[in-house]
Design a protein around this ligand. Sequence first.
Ligand SMILES: Cc1cc2nc3c(=O)[nH]c(=O)nc-3n(C[C@H](O)[C@H](O)[C@H](O)COP(=O)(O)OP(=O)(O)OC[C@H]3O[C@@H](n4cnc5c(N)ncnc54)[C@H](O)[C@@H]3O)c2cc1C
Ligand code: SF4
Ligand code: SF4
Ligand code: SF4
Length: 387
Amino acid sequence: MSAQRHKTITATKHCTGCSACVAVCGLRHALTMQPDHEGFLYPQVNARRCNHCGKCYRRCPSAQLETGKQTLADLGAQAFAPRYLALSLKPDYKNLKDSATTGAAYRISYAFIREGGSVCGCRFNYDKGEAEHVLATTLPELDALCGSKYVQSNKHDVMAHIKAQLKSGRKVLFIGTPCEVAGLKQILTSAEQELLFTIDLICHGVPDPQSLKLYLKELSAQVGPVQHLNFRAERWADSLITASGPQGTFKALGTNTHYYFAFMQYLNLRPSCYHCPYASLTRVGDLTLGDFWGVKSIIPDFPYPDEGVSAAIINSQKGISLINTLHYHTRTVREVSAAQMQVTNLSLRQPAPEHPKARALYYAERDRTGSVVASVNAVIARFGQRT
Ligand SMILES: Cc1cc2nc3c(=O)[nH]c(=O)nc-3n(C[C@H](O)[C@H](O)[C@H](O)COP(=O)(O)OP(=O)(O)OC[C@H]3O[C@@H](n4cnc5c(N)ncnc54)[C@H](O)[C@@H]3O)c2cc1C
Ligand code: SF4
Ligand code: SF4
Ligand code: SF4
């Protein structure tokens, strides 16, 4: 009698690329993440190795949400009344220029490692021309995690490493997009989850890794092989992109660069981002961090409104313990209502709006020319600056 064949994962437009399915499939090479024609990674089953156990499908957060087997609240922290904060931190640490908003994520990570835990976050791997999640166990390793990388990160086998650390009794802090947090939680037992702390970022969406590779190549014509890239260097309010290499440094306002334009105009986000179930106030992390854009319009007397203000949502008791580690760094903290936090941040209200024709043109031109710059110029020529 043959063994029962359970449903195997298939990649749909709801697949976020969280990689939980690959992490949960213990069979070597039965399931791997492979790039599609746009460059996004999707799970691919090797039929000869798969034993149809169905674990990948049962643990996929997107499938759980799609079929209604779990709700967003099930995936996140439950039975907790969230608190919404506008947070300004003292400009008292060395990596502030590299951090995205206030360096809250970096400072919490620092305290976490000092207390004996490990931190998993996203860094650039310049040799591979990609962003990737890695597990940091020492303080110097945290430097590379500072700053927002506007591209989908490759999780490689980091989830298996996190699981092993938790199993060995070590606390782990995971920082990433909400879909990554949801995916990680799905593959852990409740005992392992006890030692897991999570920060989910307010998330606009992620561009494909292939666009970043091509853009790095275009930048390298000016600076040589890129060794340092920051999408939000030096100051908060207007993103300054800096890229440096052996032949110099490129510096430009984000809005004047083609890569950032494509990101901000939603041209090259992952298909799931246009239907993102996490773009709401129901959060999956213990603590949520993002930008408190337009703080002046919500809290007119907020001091230093242009120097970086974090939006923070405390979603659980663990979230309280994470935010408490910022105590000595805090300059101003104000509590706001859920509605006030949502009003200036689209990503807390709805998924990224898609312009299918502009997106299709971007990818068609990118395939034709191999250039992000040329693709964005083609979109602007056809649809204007606003798409
Ligand atoms: C792709 C993306 C989209 C975002 N969209 C919005 C938005 O629409 N609205 C908003 O308010 N905030 C958004 N943010 C969050 C914001 O940009 C900051 O990351 C957040 O405020 C934390 O800043 P910080 O100074 O505390 O972090 P830092 O101390 O600078 O640390 C940055 C942290 O972000 C993590 N990180 C960086 N890049 C990635 C990535 N690609 N994938 C997963 N984790 C990553 C790192 O692991 C690190 O822990 C987005 C971030 C990213 C990465
Ligand atoms: S959403 Fe995550 S778990 Fe589900 S198929 Fe995609 S990568 Fe796998
Ligand atoms: S069904 Fe089981 S063996 Fe097959 S890919 Fe999924 S988890 Fe792996
Ligand atoms: S927008 Fe949603 S699906 Fe896209 S990366 Fe962010 S959390 Fe994931």
